[in-house]
Design a protein around this ligand. Structure first.
Ligand code: ASP
Length: 313
């Protein structure tokens, strides 16, 4: 038996002193629920693809995390979400970007993978495809949480105070980003990765992040590894983060740990990007590096051992 799963619920400025014991317990419970959902699939001989889907959907449905219900707000006060899923056994991919009425964007991403000949659909077209395939759209109110709304108001106030130019993108990570993702290896030796996000608070102009960009925020290939990233998407895209790690493994024979460490801690850091990822290789080795202050994360192995963690230490 060699299967395993790793998940994340976003990276960013997550400091112990700003976290109450109650909040921490809620996050840990949310992560545990997601981990168990995916692990249950693997333990019963299910596929890595089904496992990462289950794990991500659990966090999309949990208002604590920035995906599905609880997604962050754009500058205009809307919720626009991105998601992606990749099957490492076939390298099939489905992704959606900037969807506004989809309760589970990762479910729609899987539909794109399995029922269309395309890889990435965006906005209205993606939602037309959803309806054509029997998915019910939800009203924008579905995504509302007070915490995310307050975060946007704070961001708008700060922006006004600092007289920032409209076009200036704020790359600082104190806006508390977030994204949810999962990677898994199943008992048949197949890898899969899935990621879903509301993106970044106060984003504008139809901004799309790294999550649905294959090879940036999400990637899976049985020959190397499966990866789901989180952090400031602009840098993750420029780093082609996930594929860079897979390429280092494939072409330079690097281990997952060495490749991920080099790409996150050195290359992403040198670019000025903040974030992290969860990754698993073909042999079930798991790494969860991040250069931000914290990352909601967890993993569980076939023997039932694992860990859930939030802070750096
Ligand atoms: N990577 C996501 C994005 O840029 C945000 C995050 O992970 O916090 O859209």
């Amino acid at each position: 038996m060699n299967f395993a799963i790793a998940i994340h619920g976003g990276a960013g400025t997550i400091r112990r002193q700003f976290m109450t014991p109650e909040k921490e317990a809620e996050y840990r419970a949310g992560l545990a629920e997601s981990l168990e959902a995916g692990y249950g699939i693997l333990r019963h001989g299910g596929s890595a693809l089904d496992a990462v889907m289950k794990a991500v959907i659990a966090m999309e449905n949990n208002p604590l995390f920035n995906a599905g219900k609880g997604a962050v707000f754009t500058h205009e006060g809307t919720n626009e979400q991105d998601a992606c899923v990749m099957d490492g056994s076939t390298r099939a991919v489905g992704a959606v970007a900037a969807v506004k009425h989809i309760a589970s964007p990762v479910t729609l991403a899987r539909m794109v993978m399995e029922r269309s000949k395309h890889v990435l659909l965006c906005g209205e077209g993606a939602e037309r495809f959803a309806v054509a395939n029997g998915m019910t759209l939800v009203e924008p109110e579905y995504f509302y949480t007070k915490q995310r709304w307050d975060q946007l108001q704070l961001a708008l106030k700060e922006e006004a105070r600092e007289h920032k130019q409209e076009a200036q993108l704020d790359h600082s990570d104190h806006k508390k980003m977030g994204t949810v993702g999962a990677v898994a290896l199943d008992n048949h030796g197949n890898l899969a990765a899935a990621t879903s996000t509301g993106g970044m608070t106060n984003k504008r102009y139809g901004r799309i992040g790294d999550t649905p960009i294959i090879g940036a925020g999400t990637y899976a290939d049985n020959a190397t590894c499966a990866i789901s990233a989180t952090g400031v998407g602009e840098f993750i895209m420029r780093a082609v983060l996930a594929h860079d790690i897979a390429a280092l493994m494939q072409y330079k024979n690097m281990t997952l740990a060495d490749a991920a460490n080099l790409v996150v801690m050195e290359k992403l850091t040198a670019l000025g990007g903040s974030g992290g990822l969860v990754a698993i290789d073909w042999d079930g080795n798991i790494v969860m590096p991040f250069n931000s202050e914290g990352m909601y994360r967890g993993y569980k192995l076939a023997d039932g051992t694992g860990e859930i963690a939030i802070f750096k230490d």
